[in-house]
Write a protein that binds this ligand. Structure first.
Ligand code: PHE
Length: 347
C-alpha cells in the first residue's frame, strides 16, 4: 500500500504539472482526488489493514492528499495568470483608432437672445429676478390695478386653478413688479424674465405659452423720457443702429400714461406685403408689437407701500419670442417651440 501511495503521488504530481488549461487541470483533480479517484480507491482499502498499520498509512495518505491539493492550488493560480496574460496580450487597445464623434449642442436661439438682453440690462445696473409661474390673482391682477370684471381676468383668457379664480398661471410677468416692490424700497431697477400663459390659439405670432421680460425702475424724478431712452437703447443694441421702432399710445391699468412699442417687420420691411400678398409675419401691418410700457400707476406704488408723491417709475414688458424672431429673422413663432433640430441648428 505504501508503494501504491508513492506511485499515486509521483504520477499525480507529474500529471498536475503537465495540465495547461483550467479544463485539463480539473480533469486531473477528478482523476486523482475525486470521489472515484485513485487516492480515494486506496483509502477505501484501509479497512483491510492491521491495527498497527492503519494509523501509519492513514497519516501517509493524508500527507499525499495535502501535497496534491497544494499542487492543485499552485497550478490553478499559475494557469489563471497565464490565461489573463494571454487575454491582455491579444486584447490590446489601439488608441489611434478614431472614436465616435460626440456632437455638441448649443443654446436655443431664444436663450441666446434672452442672454443678450439680460447682459445689456445687467450692464445698466438692473437686478435679474425670477418668480412663480403659478401665481395669485392678487399679484397678477388686483394689486396691478386690474379690477374684478376686467376682460383680461376672463376665464376664456386665463388658466385658473381654483373655482374662486384666486390662483392662476400668470398671464404676464408684471406680477413680478408687485413681488419686487413688496420687498425693495426705491431706488430700484429690476428685470424679470419668465414664462407666461394665455388661452390663445397658436398662429405665426401667438402661442398659449410664451416668454416675457419685465422691467421696472422706481426712483425719484423718473420720467417717460428715461423709459424711451432705455427702450431705444436696448433696441439699437439688439437690432443695430438703423433699427426702426415706433411708440403708440396705449392703455394698461397699471401704467399711466401707457404705450406700446413696435418694431418694423423684418419680413416685409414695413410694406405689409410680400410678393403681392399680405405679409404673414405682421399680418400686413408693417410693424410687429414688441412690448407694452408706461409710467407706474400711483395706485400700484401705493399698493406696495411706496409713496407716489415722492417716487415715480416706469415699467415695460417685452415679448421674448417676438424679439428673437426679429433678431434671427424667424417668420413663424411656432418654429421656436417645435424643437426641430434642423431648424435650431441654423442659429
Ligand atoms: N404686462 C403687459 C402685457 O402683458 C405689458 C406691460 C408691462 C405694460 C409693463 C406696461 C408695463 O401686455
Amino acid at each position: 500500500m505504501k508503494e501504491q501511495l508513492e506511485l499515486i503521488k509521483v504520477n499525480a504530481l507529474a500529471a498536475l504539472e503537465a495540465a495547461e488549461t483550467p479544463a485539463a487541470l480539473d480533469e486531473q483533480r477528478v482523476k486523482w482526488l475525486g470521489k472515484k479517484g485513485e487516492l480515494t480507491a486506496v483509502l477505501k482499502m484501509m479497512g483491510k489493514l492491521s491495527a498497527e498499520e492503519r494509523p501509519v498509512m492513514g497519516q501517509m495518505a493524508n500527507a499525499v492528499r495535502a501535497e496534491l491539493e497544494a499542487k492543485l492550488e499552485e497550478r490553478k493560480a499559475a494557469i489563471n495568470a497565464a490565461v489573463l496574460e494571454a487575454k491582455l496580450a491579444s486584447e490590446s487597445i489601439d488608441v489611434t483608432i478614431p472614436g465616435e464623434e460626440v456632437t455638441l449642442g448649443h443654446q436655443h436661439p431664444m436663450n441666446q437672445v434672452l442672454q443678450q438682453v439680460k447682459d445689456i440690462f445687467v450692464g445698466m445696473g438692473y437686478t435679474v429676478v425670477d418668480g412663480p409661474e403659478v401665481e395669485y390673482a392678487d399679484y397678477n391682477f388686483t394689486r396691478l390695478n386690474i379690477e374684478e370684471g376686467h376682460p383680461s381676468r376672463d376665464r376664456s383668457d386665463t388658466f385658473y386653478f381654483t373655482d374662486d379664480d384666486s390662483v392662476l398661471l400668470r398671464t404676464q410677468t408684471s406680477s413680478m413688479q408687485i413681488r419686487f416692490m413688496e420687498n425693495h424700497q426705491p431706488p430700484l431697477c429690476m428685470l424679470a424674465p419668465g414664462r407666461v400663459f394665455r388661452k390663445d390659439e397658436a398662429d405665426a405670432t401667438h402661442s398659449p405659452m410664451f416668454h416675457q421680460i419685465e422691467g421696472l425702475v422706481v426712483a425719484e424724478d423718473i420720467t417717460m423720457g428715461n423709459l424711451k431712452d432705455v427702450l431705444i437703447t436696448i433696441m439699437r443694441k439688439i437690432y443695430g443702429h438703423d433699427a426702426n421702432v415706433r411708440f403708440r399710445p396705449h392703455h394698461f391699468p397699471f401704467t399711466e400714461p401707457s404705450c406700446e412699442m413696435d418694431m418694423q417687420c423684418h419680413k416685409c420691411h414695413g410694406t405689409g406685403e410680400v410678393d403681392g400678398k399680405v405679409c404673414s409675419t405682421c399680418h400686413g401691418e408693417g410693424w410687429i408689437e414688441l412690448l407694452g410700457a408706461g409710467m407706474v400707476h400711483p395706485e400700484v406704488l401705493r399698493n406696495c407701500g411706496i409713496d407716489p408723491d415722492k417716487y415715480s417709475g416706469f415699467a415695460f414688458g417685452m415679448g421674448l419670442e417676438r424679439m428673437a424672431m426679429g433678431r434671427l429673422k424667424i417668420t413663424d413663432l411656432r418654429l421656436i417651440f417645435d424643437n426641430n433640430i434642423k431648424f435650431l441648428e441654423q442659429f
